[in-house]
Design a protein around this ligand. Structure first.
Ligand SMILES: NC(=O)c1ccc[n+]([C@@H]2O[C@H](COP(=O)([O-])OP(=O)(O)OC[C@H]3O[C@@H](n4cnc5c(N)ncnc54)[C@H](OP(=O)(O)O)[C@@H]3O)[C@@H](O)[C@H]2O)c1
Length: 297
């Protein structure tokens, strides 16, 4: 594709500059990533598309034994084939993470077949943007987001955590969203509540398991241009590519920080805590300007 002078990497230069300033990312050195993951068993949920797929490929290329989970078996097999073509090792586990019995069976299968899990990348997720007036007859929007974004990962970790604690090692990386650090945005009730639920769960559990050598990292991911964000028109909003987002995941795996968040989120949080009522009024005044609902399905 020919790029115009005002474009770079398929994106307008202004957007790339804004993205660099708002969400600086850096790619871990290949040697550093390899030292961190070579021979380690790394589970990636939601590995068939988007951020999970890109992360699984980079971790696999760096020598991790990658366990790939999602519903689309063919897509997972394709990702595994790509990892193996790069010289890596990948195992495919097609599963619906909203089926709690299946999730428990799957977690036991991981332990039976691989002995242990070193790193869990909790990435599978579903986003819905829908106004409350469009949701009165859609209770299932709330159950399906809570199932995949909260209950599924809780069910998975309840089975994996005892082994990690006993071995005194493990790392859980959660792909959260910067939205949970901000005042609740209109139309994101189902998604925001479900992502916040797991964020709180993990941070609470982190305090209990860190003494047993189990680290946790919450990545408060900014907008990433994927099939998930595509139904909402974010085309002109600065956001990361999946390549940049997966660099953040690899950075989390190598350095194991408690959290990774945009640099401006702490001051914005402090300011919004001070001006909570005004922010709420701002959202209330702006509701007539909001676009319609959007979700991939
Ligand atoms: N894109 C963004 O702007 C953004 C921003 C902040 C945070 N995030 C978070 O980043 C994560 C990945 O999002 P993405 O943008 O990469 O989305 P994506 O391209 O739609 O990928 C979502 C992944 O989750 C899997 N998945 C969904 N439902 C599942 C289920 N019931 N059981 C098993 N796997 C399931 C999907 O695979 P199958 O369909 O094959 O099952 C897919 O691999 C999500 O947790 C999202 O909340 C995204």
């Amino acid at each position: 594709m020919n790029e115009t002078p005002a474009q770079s990497n398929g994106r307008p230069i202004a957007e790339r500059v804004a993205t660099r300033l708002l969400y600086p990312t850096s790619r871990p050195r290949a040697k550093t990533l390899r030292e961190a993951v070579d021979g380690k068993v790394v589970l990636v949920t939601g590995a068939s598309h988007g951020i999970g797929k890109a992360s699984a490929r980079k971790l696999g290329a760096a020598g991790a034994i990658v366990l790939l989970v999602a519903r689309s078996a063919d897509d997972l097999r394709q990702v595994a084939a790509e990892i193996e073509a790069d010289g890596g090792t990948a195992h495919v586990y097609p599963a619906d993470l909203t089926d709690m019995d299946a999730v428990e069976r799957l977690a036991r299968q991981f332990l039976d077949e691989h002995g242990h899990i070193d790193v869990v990348i909790n990435n599978a997720g579903k986003s819905i943007r829908r106004s409350i007036s469009d949701s009165y007859d859609r209770f299932h929007d709330f159950t399906r987001t809570i199932d995949i974004n909260y209950l599924g990962p809780v069910r998975l970790l309840l089975t994996l955590l005892p082994d990690m604690r006993e071995r005194k090692q493990g790392h859980i990386v959660n792909i959260s969203t910067w939205g949970v650090l901000m005042p609740p945005a209109p139309q994101w009730a189902a998604y925001g509540a479900s992502k916040s639920a797991f964020d709180v769960w993990l941070r609470s559990v982190a305090a209990e398991v860190s003494g047993d050598g189990v680290a946790t990292t919450s990545i408060y991911m900014p907008l990433v241009h994927t099939r998930m964000s595509a139904p909402t028109d974010f085309s002109r909003v600065p956001g990361l590519t999946v390549d940049e987002a997966s660099d953040l995941v690899c950075h989390a795996v190598t350095t194991r920080p408690r959290e990774i968040a945009p640099w401006w989120s702490a001051p914005v949080q402090a300011w919004t805590n001070l001006t909570r009522n005004q922010v709420q009024r701002f959202f209330e005044r702006g509701r007539s300007l909001l676009p319609g609902s959007s979700s991939r399905t």
